[in-house]
Design a protein around this ligand. Structure first.
Ligand code: BGC
Length: 379
């Protein structure tokens, strides 16, 4: 609750200390006694097709502007060359810090080299940037835990496990299918690993059966996290593996957009109608359309990641760099980007079932009750 307040105090302290010491920050453009008003933070986001990135961009911008910084916020339309170009431009225009949520975590090495040459600190936002030593900090959530939580929700929805982690009443076997995110997104691997570590014992003892046999991440990944691609894959799975009158009981889905594509495919095949219950479908991000589906009993659950808190950590890290300091990490082991372990600040996540919408999403002001009922946000 007071975290934003702390950030504001941090900003005031920074302005004072920079003025008092005449110290130069880590940012190349940081002049002696630079005030926030004289500093610009470049913020590069992947796409506006998913609500979560719009919320992230808005939160980062608002929080930086509240502290007086100039903000250059760009969305790259999920197009890698566009993102590279936008980051290049932020560098040539003299950004003092870069905050980047990469589309393809391996595609920004030359931009990061240019940033390092200009002494501009780079903060990887939610998605780790790989294959470069010039990633200075990483802010994200506990991504392995997201996958565990998704798998636990699937097991709970099927009745193999209770919500508090005890063995459930059901014995199975249940049929399931697996989906993963985009292979070029480091997070997709963490989500899938967390989920599979949790599901594997049930697959091994026969209580879960992946009827298609597709259990490798390469087989189940959805490029760029596209909803339509997920819908098509689910349609293909229903045709290829469930055309003998059998049902798919559950679907591991790592992101609400994919979940909506999967649910559409299932509904088109008659799931959710009388006598043919909807399969248990998981999700992530608490997108408003999916929160409504959860509230209506169509989607099982989502994993809530509070983008306001993530934005705040990015802002705190940016301020640390501008003050010539290293941001405080709470994980210095997990995120090896292929060249180095990037110091990270990871936030916790929460599973949201229908009963959790009010206490977790509405009471915290993330959505209003009206937005949940309408399935869309007001702005
Ligand atoms: C994020 C998820 C999001 C996915 C698709 C991942 O990198 O961590 O929150 O669902 O991208 O946008």
């Amino acid at each position: 609750m007071n975290r934003r307040f702390v950030a504001v105090i941090g900003g005031a302290v920074l302005a004072l200390s920079v003025a008092a010491c005449g110290g130069e920050g880590a940012g190349g453009g940081t002049e002696e006694s630079a005030a926030p008003e004289d500093l610009t933070i470049g913020v590069s986001m992947p796409t506006q097709t998913s609500e979560r990135w719009i919320a992230d961009g808005d939160s980062v911008r608002e929080q930086l502007e509240e502290l007086g910084y100039g903000v250059e916020l760009q969305y790259a339309n999920n197009d890698i060359p566009t993102q590279s170009q936008q980051v290049d431009q932020m560098i040539t225009q003299g950004a003092d810090v870069l905050i980047i949520a990469a589309i393809d975590g391996t595609a920004l090495s030359s931009q990061l080299q240019a940033a390092a040459d200009a002494d501009i600190p780079v903060i990887a936002y939610d998605r780790l940037i790989r294959d470069s030593e010039h990633v200075d900090f990483y802010v994200s959530f506990d991504n392995y835990r997201v996958g565990v939580a998704q798998a636990e929700a699937l097991l709970t929805g099927l009745g193999l496990r209770t919500a508090d982690g005890q063995p459930g009443d059901a014995a199975g076997p249940f049929t399931i299918e697996l989906f993963a995110g985009s292979l070029d997104d480091n997070n997709a691997h963490f989500f899938f690993d967390g989920a599979m570590d949790t599901l594997q014992p049930y697959i091994d003892d026969g209580s879960l059966v992946v009827r298609s046999g597709q259990t490798d991440i390469e087989q189940v990944a959805i490029l760029r996290w596209e909803q339509e691609t997920a819908q098509r894959r689910m349609e293909d799975l229903l045709t290829s593996s469930y055309n003998d009158g059998s049902r798919v009981d559950g679907v591991l889905s790592p992101y609400d957009g994919l979940s909506r594509g999967i649910i559409t495919a299932l509904q088109n095949a008659g799931y959710g109608a009388a006598g043919n219950p909807m399969a248990v479908v998981t999700g992530q991000d608490a997108e408003i359309a999916s929160v409504k589906l959860i509230s209506d009993g169509v989607q099982n659950s989502t994993i809530f990641k509070d983008t306001r808190l993530l934005a705040e950590q990015a802002v705190v890290a940016a301020e640390a760099f501008l003050g010539g300091e290293e941001p405080e990490a709470n994980d210095t082991e997990t995120y090896d980007n292929g060249v180095k372990v990037v110091p990270s600040y990871l936030l916790p996540v929460e599973t949201v079932y229908a009963d959790d919408i009010q206490p977790i999403l509405v009471d915290s002001g993330y959505f209003t009750a009206e937005e949940v009922a309408a399935g869309q946000t007001e702005s």
